[in-house]
Design a protein around this ligand. Structure first.
Ligand code: NAI
Ligand code: MG
Length: 335
């Protein structure tokens, strides 16, 4: 197994070593290919990602990604958008389940849903025009894109989660009534129970009644926003992982960004990245290892070995080291 390792910028460079230490504890036969990609590289070389980086990544089985800074510079093209498009990582899968012993901001303790966000088109089509007095972004919704994301949602629904909620703004956007109709057709064809929600009502209801939801399928921008809402519900951005998957490639990353406000202090919560490794293990078919990792995360939090965002005073690497140690003990018991 060959994995491209992209720490990126800011806290990406801090949480990646923490995640790799945990991955190493499994002793798997993995070749790691480190790649410098991101804003730091852009400042140094004028290019955030090169064609050579892309071809190295395409030869790898998957990518483990930290986070990158996207500056508000019109000449800077988002690296993640390029990766998602060129690797055709059309499904962004973001599970939200409260972790044991994490204090939650709302009074909701029991929920377990996954946001399935279309990842290659919609508002992030990249088709944009910037003029003196007006700017345009073209929102692209295709039948193919909508169909395949709905199929992904149905696979998740069949694999344990039961119900699909199709989220859109079809009362205003024609592109979204198209998205809704395609998704509805796919759900019916698959015999999956479904309902639909307008995105604004969804944001509201997600906070009040998160326990109602199983699989939420939506377009790119709405999925981006709803997943930060969901991250707040689940205890914070430092806890939430994601998988970007296509038919051939996959990329695993925390949903948070490069967090310039805390970068360089060594206090970023590595759990989102570590749980992204867990999603990678599941994608590899290593369900038992993924379970061990999940138990170790619960245990480290129960012991109070957590970073300041969770009220602790431990560093990123303290958490990673404690977790790796607990995991090695579990692995000794398993083997
Ligand atoms: P952000 O996710 O980096 O940070 C938002 C807030 O959450 C900050 O207060 C930060 O300190 C906190 N936070 C995030 N991750 C944390 C962690 N692991 N532990 C503790 N606290 C954590 O979002 P923001 O500030 O809007 O964006 C910063 C930069 O990151 C921007 O350049 C943005 O474009 C980029 N970004 C990159 C993403 C990616 O690489 N996938 C995703 C989101 C933003
Ligand atoms: Mg986001």
């Amino acid at each position: 197994m060959k994995i491209a390792i992209v720490p990126g910028d800011g806290i990406g460079r801090e949480v990646m070593p923490a995640a790799l230490a945990v991955l190493d504890a499994f002793g798997l036969d993995i070749e790691k290919i480190p790649l410098e990609i991101g804003y730091g590289k852009w400042k140094r070389t004028g290019s955030a990602i090169t064609d050579e980086d892309m071809s190295i990544i395409k030869e790898c089985d998957c990518v483990l990604f930290g986070a990158i800074t996207t500056p508000p510079d019109p000449n800077y093209k988002s690296v993640l958008m390029r990766l998602r498009k060129e690797l055709d990582l059309y499904a962004n899968i973001r599970p939200f389940v409260p972790l044991a012993n994490v204090k939650l901001p709302c009074n909701k303790k029991v929920f377990d849903f996954v946001i399935v966000r279309e990842n290659t088109e919609g508002m992030y089509s990249g088709i944009e025009e910037l003029h003196e007095d007006v700017a345009y972004t073209t929102r692209v919704i295709t039948r193919k894109g909508s169909q395949r994301i709905a199929e992904r949602a149905c696979i998740l629904a069949k694999g344990g989660k039961k119900h699909i909620t199709i989220v859109h703004k079809a009362n205003v956007l024609k592109s979204d009534s198209f998205f809704r109709d395609v998704c509805t057709g796919v759900a019916k064809r698959n015999g999956i129970s479904f309902n639909e929600m307008l995105v604004d009502a969804m944001a509201y209801d997600l906070i009040l009644r998160p326990e109602k939801y199983d699989v939420i399928v939506t377009t790119n921008l709405f999925g981006d926003i709803l997943s930060d809402v969901a991250a707040a519900l689940a205890g914070g951005l430092g806890l939430c992982p994601s998988a970007n998957v296509g038919d051939r490639h996959a990329l695993f990353e925390p949903i948070h960004g490069s967090a310039p406000d805390i970068a360089g202090k060594g206090i970023a919560n590595p759990i989102a990245s570590i749980l992204s490794v867990r999603m990678m293990l599941q994608w590899m078919g290593r369900e038992k290892d993924a379970q061990v990792l999940g138990r170790a995360v619960d245990s480290v939090i129960a012991k109070g070995i957590v970073t300041p965002d969770l009220g602790g005073s431990y560093s990123t690497m303290d958490v990673s080291e404690a977790l790796s140690k607990i995991m090695s003990e579990y692995l000794d018991q398993v083997h």
